[in-house]
Design a protein around this ligand. Sequence first.
Ligand code: S3P
Length: 459
Amino acid sequence: MSSFKIQGPCRIKGRISLPGDKSIAHRFVFLGSISRNLTVIKNFPFNDDCISTAKVFKKLGAQISYFPREKLVKILGKGLRGLKKPDSAIFVGESGTTLRLLLGVLSGQSFKTRLICAKSLSRRPMLRVTRPLREMGARIFCRKSPQGEEYPPITIAGSNLKSIKYKMPIASAQVKSAILLAGLYAQGVTRVIEPVRSRDHTERLLKAFRADIKVLGRQVSIRGKKELISAGSVYVPGDISSAAFFLVLATILINSKIVLKNCSLNPTRAGVIEVLKRMGADIKVTRHRSRFARFEPMGDIEVRSSRLKGTIVKRSEIPSLIDELPILMVAASFAQGKSRLEGVGELRVKETDRIKSMQENLRKMGADIQVTRSQSHYAQAYTDASDSVGCKVTSGEDIVIQGGFGLKGAKVKSFGDHRTAMSMIVAGLAARGITTIDDTICISKSFPDFLKVLKSIIK
Ligand code: S3P
């Protein structure tokens, strides 16, 4: 394990470009592999998760070449029906997005596939995806817990799918995307209705690859059996989830200013910008009008030091910042007054239980952080609805942070979770004294160059 020592506080200054957005990159590989013609993906993030997706589709017969120095991936797709049965089990690494979206594609294939994964992913719930896919006709066999939840490894045998209308009990882009991808193979129109809109990259990119897809409020419909045509040369905007660490860091440090270039500004992902602005952050956004920005909005973000005040993050905002909650907990610890993050229970089923890991770490650094049963009635109703369809989700929890006292250095842990690790590095850089983090290798899951980029802007 490589532990990492930080002496805070410091200041940062500079202009940086972030690695391509992980969610968008996964989807370009998926669609590039099952469409016709060549897809050239620029600014591809060569992180562990996205490499897992590319390896999976290579194994399923797509012609994929990598050019890491140019941050480029080229895919000669096989069309909707061109994937081949893999010669052995497919390893999906630690990537939840790879696995859940893949279940959608494999539901429509004429062969059987065995999917295996690394340790942390084998503890993440799958019933939320397997349930609707079985309704469409897929045959899926998983490891089962005594409570009825399902986990990898998974064996999936595709079939002739039928379309469904599915009212999702939880807002999850992974579940929505798996159903839409299966919908490509189904007879008729598949409809998905979300309780709150989650990230919409799958919808946007399916449109770019000429799928017959319609979005009406919280409902997405897709007509199956239509061949996809590649969008050709595409660009992956910088990852807003990676940007979030720098947005918070530049805000809470004194005399700091940074510019994040070519960053994703997709409104279903930009909740962190809205919340930080509401807390008093000095953030300016300049939108780009390039041809690459026509599928996924992007632009530059400028951020300067400022004094934050506490805020309430509503449950309806959570899907737009779900992966940024750990770093928002750090921001709230530095903000004057009380912050409440409502209905955050989904954090319990990420790479780690992020409520537990962040609470334990921030408390060690002197933060006043409590977890309570959600005060939002809506969140509770939502939890009950999730339970009633067999998906164990406890979104009825709030995090309450009383901030403004600063943090002090401590020995903290990443728990093997990339976003916990990066959040705690940011906390350490703004804290008084020395912070040590036990293990930072996990950061390569999304942002292998994080420490290098960080060092380049520390003054
Ligand atoms: C993702 C969706 C989110 C997010 C994950 C990536 C995606 O998960 O937390 O990191 O790319 O679709 P859920 O769909 O489980 O909310």
